[in-house]
Design a protein around this ligand. Structure first.
Ligand SMILES: Nc1ncnc2c1ncn2[C@@H]1O[C@H](COP(=O)(O)OP(=O)(O)OP(=O)(O)O)[C@@H](O)[C@H]1O
Ligand SMILES: [Mg+2]
Length: 497
């Protein structure tokens, strides 16, 4: 239908072209009247307006976000109505995607208003381009009745952008990013490298207290649905989690489970390769929304303890010989400091992009500066503990496919007597796969592993006690020796004339 109107419109436009050539020979009073008249005729004959959305735009000819969103939107909402389709494996997806073929017109309806979409291609410009696919110059043509122009410009295009982005996110391959060492980056290279994120951990396979798990899941759901709430309370849409506990208790596994649950990308930030606060800010700006930024073993990444105290002391010392303020700033930016990291978590920059989760992990929570982990920065502190009986039941279900067994009571008693990590328990249960043993043999193997851990713990406790006693007795000996020496000295002094 729009095509017919377009044909009629083309005739009128040809006429107008001719008019334009002879317009200079017509007196200007008549010319103005004619121009108004022709405009009315054009609107009457072809009351349809068009918007074109080009694939590449901007100084660096990047793919236009609205074009990408329109493509995703059309393939999800309108492709069922098209007769000519094309299929390909998108760059950011692992599923074949079916889109509407070029020059196939489809109708979409928004609030009872019909609009027409068509993927077109501009004729080859015969120019040599440095940018990929630029010579193809694809674009979408959106046609609509001019009385709906406000609706299309004001609401429909936003609707397409929003829906299209959602479809893109749903279909993409999720990514695991790591920051490139600062020495490798130049002005043009990206600060992050990535691979596909394929960790299979989920909250179902994560062994921990079920109540604690429920609490974390509820918190995550509240966060990801909380866009409007965060806006209302004037807070950046982000949340911080501190995961702490001994090695092998599932901190990294928990991060993977969170990423899979929320379908977020993961940015694994290696702080030791970041040299300055400025670099940290740049790295942060290059992250996208719907992502988790992880700093593992934060206590080992940078000396965060006592930095503030040191700084305060230094400030006192330096009061007399104070540097000019610009030099102070330069010094601060030329290295990575605790305050740089605090800014990264909740400074003004932290609000850009939105929908981000920051996770720190540590084996030694007591070593961290309280400022780094205070509520508001790290909103939830999650302790990953040694294996409890509840956690063991999850592992037994995952590894052996059982919910109960006669040996469970023995294992429960043993687990209450010794600290053993879920990683060690999981290793004890792996026998089923590695040697294809039956369930009973696997549980017996686990019992042996826990008993060995118990023996080891006992031995260590005895050694510690012995060392403490040794220290105590050597202290006592030295104090007796000191007392004897003193006595000897005193008696010598008394004998002296
Ligand atoms: N709570 C858990 N639930 C399920 N599996 C676990 C759990 N804890 C550990 N594991 C298993 O042990 C392995 C090591 O766990 P993970 O790397 O998550 O420990 P971690 O706490 O990050 O250790 P580290 O402090 O050394 O980094 C995982 O691959 C997983 O198979
Ligand atoms: Mg870990």
């Amino acid at each position: 239908m729009a095509g017919n109107w377009a044909g009629l419109g083309a005739a009128v436009i040809s006429f107008l072209y001719l008019y334009d050539r002879v317009a200079n020979y017509i007196p200007f009073q008549i010319r103005d009247h004619l121009a108004t008249f022709f405009h009315k005729v054009v609107s009457f004959v072809n009351p349809y307006d068009q918007i074109t959305i080009h694939e590449y735009c901007g100084e660096y000819m990047q793919r236009d976000e609205l074009y990408v969103a329109s493509e995703a939107y059309l393939s999800s909402t309108c492709s069922s109505r098209a007769r000519k389709l094309k299929a390909d494996l998108g760059q950011e997806s692992d599923k074949p995607s079916v889109t509407i073929d070029d020059y196939e017109e489809v109708i979409d309806t928004f609030r009872g208003v019909s609009v027409w979409w068509c993927a077109c291609m501009r004729p080859n410009s015969h120019t040599i381009s440095f940018y990929p696919n630029q010579e193809q110059r694809k674009y979408y043509r959106l046609t609509f009745h001019n009385r709906h122009r406000k609706l299309v410009e004001g609401e429909y295009l936003n609707h397409v952008l929003r829906e299209g982005r959602d479809v893109t996110i749903r279909n993409r391959i999720r990514k695991l990013f790591t920051n490139n060492p600062s020495s490798n980056s130049d002005r043009y290279s990206s600060l992050w490298s990535h691979v596909a994120f394929e960790h299979p951990a989920t909250f179902d396979t994560l062994a921990m207290d079920p109540e604690k798990k429920r609490e974390i899941i509820d918190d995550l759901v509240t966060f990801c649905k909380g866009k409007e709430y965060y806006k209302k309370i004037g807070k950046a849409w982000k949340r911080g989690y501190l995961l702490y506990g001994p090695p092998g208790t599932g901190k990294s596994t928990m991060i993977a489970a969170i990423a899979n649950f929320l379908e977020y990308d993961v940015y694994d930030l290696e702080l030791t390769t970041v040299k300055t606060n400025t670099e940290l800010r740049k790295i942060f700006i290059e992250t996208t929304g719907k992502s988790i930024i992880v700093i593992e073993d934060i206590d080992c990444s940078i000396d965060l303890t006592g930095k503030r105290k040191e700084k305060e002391e230094k400030d006192d010392e330096e009061k007399d010989e104070k540097l000019p303020s610009c030099m102070e700033e330069k010094d601060e930016n030329s290295k990575l400091t605790l305050s740089g990291i605090l800014n990264f978590i909740d400074g003004l920059w932290s609000a850009c992009g939105g929908e981000r989760i920051v996770i720190f992990t540590t084996n030694h929570v007591e070593k961290l500066d309280p400022a780094l982990i205070r509520r508001g920065r790290m909103d939830m502190h999650i302790e990953m503990s040694y294996c409890t009986f509840e956690a063991f039941k999850v592992l037994a279900k995952n590894y052996l496919g059982i919910l109960e067994h006669d040996l469970f009571d023995t294992i429960q008693t043993l687990l209450s007597e010794v600290n053993i990590s879920p990683a060690d328990v999981a290793e004890g249960l792996m026998l089923k796969i590695s040697r294809n043993e039956d369930v009973g043999a696997c549980l017996m193997n686990l019992i042996r592993v826990i008993e060995a851990a118990k023996e080891e713990a006992k031995k260590k406790a005895q050694q510690k006690l012995a060392a403490q006693e040794n220290k105590k007795s050597s202290k006592e000996e030295s104090s007796v020796e000191k007392a004897l020496n003193l006595e000897e000295k005193n008696s010598k002094n008394e004998l002296a004339p």
